[in-house]
Design a protein around this ligand. Structure first.
Ligand SMILES: NC(=O)C1=CN([C@@H]2O[C@H](COP(=O)(O)OP(=O)(O)OC[C@H]3O[C@@H](n4cnc5c(N)ncnc54)[C@H](O)[C@@H]3O)[C@@H](O)[C@H]2O)C=CC1
Ligand SMILES: O=C(O)CCC(=O)C(=O)O
Length: 527
C-alpha cells in the first residue's frame, strides 16, 4: 500500500494545503519520504461534519454488524503485512519483535471489543416495570440503556504506534461503543498512521457503513488537535502522551460552550515496593528482573518502574548491586523522537546534578538518538523534601529511595501523585506489611501487582490501565481492557414508552437476547 501523505476524510484521501512535514527516521534523524500535508481547518470541519452525520446510523448498527466491522478492521491491519512493521520500525526506532507483538495486541483488542459488542452486556439494559397500583403513587415503566456519546477525537500515542494509536485501544473502544472516530495522527509516525488509517477506511467501506465513521487527520504541530477538541460535534477525547499535552486538551475541552470529557493518560512513575523478607531472600534476582522491565522499549512505557521504595539493609544493598551490574551491561537504545531523547537527557542531567541524589549506574553509552539507562538513589528524607524527584523521566531512568522503616515507605506512598501501577515484591512473611499498605495503594493507583512489574499491560476484562490524576485525567476509567468502552457511553432512561418506540435492547420480547436487570435482578434471556 503506497504511503501518500494524504489526510483520510471519510471515504476520501485528500492532499491538504496545510503545512508540509516529513516523518523522521528515529535511528538516524534523517527525513523519510513522502511529505505529509497537515490538515486545514476545512479538513477538520469536514471530518467532524461527516462524523456527526454518521453518528445516528452508526450507533444503531446491529450489534453483529458492528462486531464484524471491528473484526474487518483487525483483518485489514493484518493484511497490510510486513510493510506496516518496516515503516513503523523506521519511524519509531522500536525493534521488529516488539512491533510484531504490538500489532498482535492491536488486532487482539479489536477482536476482544467485537466480542464485547456481540455480548451486548455493555448496554446495561435495565427494566423497572410499571406498578400502576402502587400507593400512594403509581410507578411508571422505566427502562435504561447505555448509548454512544457521539464522535470521539483520538490522539495517537508516540510510544505505542499501533496499540495506542490510530486503531489502538481508544479507537477500538469508541467504535465498539458506537462512536465515530476522528483520529489525530502522532507526528512521529504519520506513515504508520496512514497505513492503519487506510485499513480502517477500507473496513468502513467493506462493511457498508457511513463514511464518517472514521477519519484521520495529520498535523505537524498542535493546531489540528486544538481545533478538533474545540469542535462542538466532538463529544469526548482519548489521549495518551505528556502531562502538558493532556492538560492542554483538558483545558481546551473545558473551555468549550459545551465542555466534554477528555480521557488522558499522562505521567506515572509506578512505585515498586520491595518488602523486607522478599528482599532478603531474593533481592539480587529482583534487581536483575527490574532492569529488564526498566529498559524495555528504551524505558518508553508509561508503566515503567521509575521509583523503588525499600527499607535500608543488606537486602536492599544486594538489589542495588545486582541491578547496577545488570544496568551497566545494558545497550543504549534508539528513542522514539529527538524531542523525547532530549527530554530524557534533560531529566537524567537534573537528577545527576541534584546534590541529594547518587548516580548508582549508567548503561552503555550509545549513538546520538539513543537513550542511556540510568539508576539513581536518594534518601526518603530528601525525596519528601524535593517534589521534583517525583517527576516522570520518560525513558530508562529510575530512582531508589532508601527508607529507614516501613512507616516511611508508607509516608512516601502517601505523598505520591496518582499512578497507573504499584508493584509489591513480597514473600509470605511480608503479607502483614503489604496489607498495611493496601489502603494507600488503592487510593493512589489503578493497578496493584505482586512480584512483577507493570510494563506489558494485559488486555482483558479485569484490566485497569488508569489511575488518579495525573496518571489519568479521570481515575474512574481505564484505557485498556473491555471496561474502556464505558468512557464513550452514557445512560438514557425511557419512561412509559410504547413498545414500538423502545430500542431493541429494551423491548419486552428481548430480541437481542440480552441479560437484563429487571426490577433490580439479573435475568437471563428467555427466562
Ligand atoms: N506517560 C506516557 O504514557 C507518555 C508520556 N510521554 C511524555 O510526553 C513527552 C512528549 O511525547 P509526545 O508523545 O510527543 O507527547 P505529547 O503530549 O507532546 O503529544 C501527544 C499528541 O498530542 C498532541 N498535542 C500535544 N500538545 C498539544 C496541545 N497543546 N494541543 C493540542 N494537541 C497537542 C501532539 O500533537 C501529539 O499528537 C515525552 O517526552 C514524555 O515525557 C509521551 C508518551 C507517553
Ligand atoms: O505497558 C504497556 O503495555 C502499556 C504502556 C502504556 O500504556 C504506555 O506506555 O502508554
Amino acid at each position: 500500500m503506497p504511503i501518500t501523505g494524504e489526510n483520510l476524510i471519510g471515504a476520501a484521501a485528500r492532499r491538504s494545503e496545510g503545512e508540509s512535514f516529513r516523518a523522521v527516521e528515529a535511528a538516524t534523524g534523517n527525513s523519510l519520504e513522502p511529505a505529509f500535508a497537515s490538515a486545514t481547518p476545512a479538513d477538520v470541519e469536514r471530518a467532524c461534519a461527516l462524523a456527526a452525520e454518521a453518528f445516528d446510523t452508526y450507533r444503531e448498527t446491529p450489534l453483529e454488524d458492528r462486531a464484524r466491522f471491528l473484526e474487518a478492521v483487525a483483518d485489514a491491519i493484518a493484511a497490510i503485512g510486513d510493510e506496516l512493521i518496516v515503516r513503523c520500525m523506521a519511524e519509531s526506532g522500536l525493534p521488529r519483535a516488539r512491533l510484531e507483538g504490538e500489532r498482535g495486541r492491536t488486532i487482539g483488542q479489536l477482536k476482544m471489543f467485537a466480542g464485547v459488542v456481540r455480548d451486548g452486556g455493555f448496554l446495561e439494559a435495565r427494566i423497572d416495570p410499571a406498578q400502576p397500583e402502587r400507593k400512594p403513587l403509581p410507578r411508571p415503566d422505566l427502562r435504561l440503556r447505555q448509548i454512544a456519546v457521539g464522535p470521539v477525537a483520538v490522539f495517537g500515542a508516540s510510544n505505542f504506534p499501533l496499540a495506542f494509536s490510530v486503531a489502538g485501544g481508544d479507537t477500538a473502544s469508541a467504535l465498539a461503543a458506537g462512536c465515530p472516530v476522528v483520529a489525530k495522527a502522532h507526528p512521529a509516525h504519520p506513515g504508520t498512521s496512514e497505513l492503519v488509517g487506510r485499513a480502517v477506511q477500507q473496513a468502513v467501506k467493506q462493511c457498508g457503513l457511513p463514511e464518517g465513521v472514521f477519519s484521520l487527520l495529520l498535523d505537524a504541530g498542535i493546531s489540528v488537535g486544538q481545533a478538533l477538541v474545540a469542535d462542538p460535534r466532538i463529544a469526548a477525547v482519548g489521549f495518551t502522551g505528556s502531562r502538558r499535552g493532556g492538560v492542554a486538551l483538558m483545558q481546551a475541552a473545558a473551555a468549550r460552550t459545551v465542555p466534554v470529557p477528555v480521557y488522558a493518560e499522562m505521567s506515572s512513575i509506578n512505585p515498586v515496593v520491595l518488602l523486607p523478607a522478599a528482599l532478603e531472600a531474593r533481592g539480587r534476582d529482583i534487581g536483575r528482573a527490574f532492569v529488564g522491565s526498566l529498559t524495555l522499549g528504551s524505558g518508553q512505557f508509561c508503566t515503567n518502574p521509575g521509583l523503588i521504595l525499600a527499607v535500608e539493609g543488606a537486602g536492599l544493598d544486594g538489589f542495588v548491586e545486582a541491578a547496577s551490574a545488570a544496568l551497566k551491561e545494558t545497550q543504549a537504545a534508539t528513542m522514539l523522537t529527538p524531542g523525547i531523547h532530549k527530554a530524557y537527557c534533560a531529566g537524567v542531567a537534573a537528577l545527576e546534578a541534584n546534590p541529594a541524589v547518587t548516580t548508582l549506574a549508567r548503561g552503555l553509552a550509545g549513538g546520538t538518538h539513543q537513550g542511556q539507562a540510568a539508576l539513581f538513589s536518594t534518601t526518603a528524607e530528601a525525596f519528601l523534601a524535593d517534589h521534583t524527584l517525583a517527576e516522570e523521566v520518560f525513558g530508562a531512568a529510575s530512582l531508589v529511595v532508601r527508607c529507614p522503616d516501613l512507616a516511611t515507605v508508607r509516608a512516601v506512598l502517601e505523598r505520591l501523585e496518582g499512578q497507573l501501577t504499584a508493584a509489591l515484591h513480597l514473600d509470605e512473611a511480608d503479607h502483614e506489611a503489604a496489607r498495611a499498605l493496601m489502603p494507600v495503594l488503592e487510593r493512589r493507583v489503578g493497578r496493584i501487582l505482586v512480584n512483577g512489574f507493570g510494563t506489558g499491560v494485559e488486555v482483558g476484562h479485569a484490566m485497569v490501565h488508569g489511575g488518579p490524576y495525573p496518571a489519568t485525567s479521570d481515575g474512574r476509567t481505564t484505557s485498556v481492557g473491555s471496561l474502556a468502552i464505558h468512557r464513550f457511553l452514557r445512560p438514557v432512561s425511557y419512561q412509559d414508552l410504547p413498545d414500538s418506540l423502545l430500542p431493541a435492547a429494551l423491548k419486552d420480547s428481548n430480541p437481542l437476547k440480552l441479560w437484563r436487570r429487571e426490577d433490580g435482578k439479573a435475568v437471563a434471556p428467555g427466562a
